[in-house]
Ligand binder design. Structure first.
Ligand SMILES: Cc1cc2nc3c(=O)[nH]c(=O)nc-3n(C[C@H](O)[C@H](O)[C@H](O)COP(=O)(O)O)c2cc1C
Length: 335
């Protein structure tokens, strides 16, 4: 029997309409323009977000130049949300103004990152230790820009202390236009299961602000269950999109029809991996050798090996040039 279908209702973040309530999670080292474009091209990816940018790096001339190379959003991917991290309200407000001047359609404030480089300075998930400071950051950014401001949070910073719920209400009162909830505590990293009850509670406490549920969606059935169990307005997909930019289309198809689409053929997966590589080279500001170093980990996720073999993967993680990548993938595409 087919699973009953779930409506894919568009939703709005402030005055921006998101056609499909399936969004790509921000992922440092992955969600650059090339990957965002690929997800969009495959269909049904309603909103994409850049990887996180440091607000403090924008305050001094030296580091600003380097951060500028991360301003990689293009008009053709509208609406794109740009993620900022930091803990100082004024610094965050200044940074937000700069990136809106550079064309960001939306600002997302990172309150989910737990890595010491970010959290030790009070940014990312560490902001959730203190709802007042976190709210002051939201308020300052909202006042500084005329585009919608959203926040991405974890359940809380300390294990078992759920701050996402009171904070969601405070953020909405400060003018935030959406909240994405990764239903794990900071200390969990990506381990253990996400506790979607937190998403449900956040949805219950806010008035109008859309809630985007996040954590452990790998299939259409997972997405359907998250919509049903939490009442969220949209879902956000992270790790399951890596090496599978078609996941949004697959999830959408399941939600529309109750049926799973077969995965793309091996040849099609190789074609997309190659497109990922060429788009990256075309649009990143890196030398070929550096870009290929980053691409090794990304394109080796496209599951191009025959069952029981790791040959293709092993060759991809040793590539030095785009010609090396072409030489491995083209024969698979041509089969
Ligand atoms: C490699 C990697 C990088 C990430 N970088 C960011 C980031 O820059 N900003 C952020 O808010 N979350 C970041 N995350 C967290 C994801 O956005 C998402 O919340 C998390 O992976 C849970 O979703 P999933 O179960 O669908 O993967 C990152 C996750 C991964 C795996």
């Amino acid at each position: 029997m087919l699973a009953t279908t779930t409506q894919l209702t568009p939703f709005s973040i402030g005055d921006v309409t998101i056609d499909t309530p399936l969004t790509l999670a921000p992922m440092a080292g992955h969600t650059h323009y090339a990957f965002r474009k690929l997800c969009r091209e495959q269909g049904d990816c309603g909103l994409v977000t850049t990887e996180l940018l440091s607000s403090s790096a924008m305050q001094n001339k030296g580091s600003f130049k380097k951060t500028l190379t991360m301003f990689d959003w293009h008009a053709d991917e509208f609406p794109v949300s740009v993620q900022l991290f930091g803990s100082d309200p004024q610094e965050m407000a200044e940074a937000a103004k700069i990136i809106v001047d550079y064309g960001a359609a939306m600002i997302d404030i990172n309150m989910g990152c737990w890595v010491p480089k970010v959290a030790k300075k009070g940014g990312g998930a560490a902001l959730l230790r203190d709802v007042c400071t976190a709210s002051a950051v939201v308020e300052a950014v909202v006042k500084a820009v005329d585009v919608p401001v959203t926040v991405k949070v974890r359940s809380g910073f300390e294990d078992g202390v759920v701050t996402a719920i009171p904070f969601a209400k405070a953020a909405e009162d400060c003018g935030a236009k959406a909240i994405a909830v990764h239903a794990r505590f900071a200390g969990q990293g990506h381990s253990g299961d996400a506790d979607w009850d937190v998403i449900r509670h956040v949805k219950e406490i806010v008035s109008e602000m859309p809630v985007i549920g996040n954590g452990d969606i790998h299939t259409g059935a997972d997405a359907k269950r998250m919509f049903e169990e939490t009442g969220c307005d949209a879902v956000m997909i992270g790790r399951a999109s890596l090496g599978q930019p078609w996941i949004f289309q697959q999830v959408a198809h399941y939600l529309r029809t109750g049926e799973d689409l077969p995965p793309p053929s091996r040849s099609e997966r190789a074609r997309l991996a190659l497109r990922h590589a060429h788009l990256t080279l075309e649009h990143c500001n890196l030398r070929e050798s550096q870009a290929v170093l980053e691409l090794r980990g990304q394109i080796s996720k496209y599951q191009l090996d025959e069952p029981g073999s790791v040959q293709v993967r092993n060759r991809l993680v040793r590539c030095d040039t785009i010609a090396d990548i072409d030489a491995i993938l083209q024969p698979i595409i041509d089969v």
